[in-house]
Design a protein around this ligand. Structure first.
Ligand SMILES: [Zn+2]
Length: 134
């Protein structure tokens, strides 16, 4: 069963405080509704539970897709993605003038796979920061 019930969806949204758990974009400042996403995807037998779901903006959810890891071309190995259920955002990332700067290899890989610093996304963050809406 992979469908997220309305009750679970509410729980996930509340827990996330209305922000994407990957890029921290505020849902109230997004034209596209956010989604409950499976941290470990359904195709890898990730359950549809509060413990395996995160609140994500459309872009993060779409770019993450069925991925749980990325490839580090410099070190030539596989690195897992940031897991909002077991990792602390501040341990792996910091925000610098709209740019999400990785602090760890997990952060670096997540920034790459989820394209967290695409030009338009950085621009949108800077605008919200400037307006005091971030
Ligand atoms: Zn996001």
């Amino acid at each position: 069963m992979s469908r997220v019930t309305n009750a679970l969806c509410r729980e996930i949204r509340l827990r996330a405080n209305g922000r994407c758990e990957y890029c921290r974009h505020p849902e109230a400042m997004s034209a596209v509704p956010f989604e409950a996403e499976h941290v470990i995807p359904v195709k890898l037998e990730g359950p549809t539970t509060a413990e395996n779901t995160a609140w994500a903006c459309f872009r993060c959810n779409r770019f993450k897709g069925g991925a749980v890891a990325g490839y580090d071309h410099r070190e030539q190995d596989v690195v897992r993605l940031f897991n909002p259920r077991r990792d602390s955002w501040d341990d792996h990332f910091e925000m610098n003038n709209g740019v999400i700067t990785p602090r760890t290899r997990i952060g670096e890989t997540t920034v790459a796979v989820l394209r967290l610093n695409d030009e338009k996304r950085v621009e949108a963050r800077r605008t919200l920061i400037k307006q005091g809406l971030w």
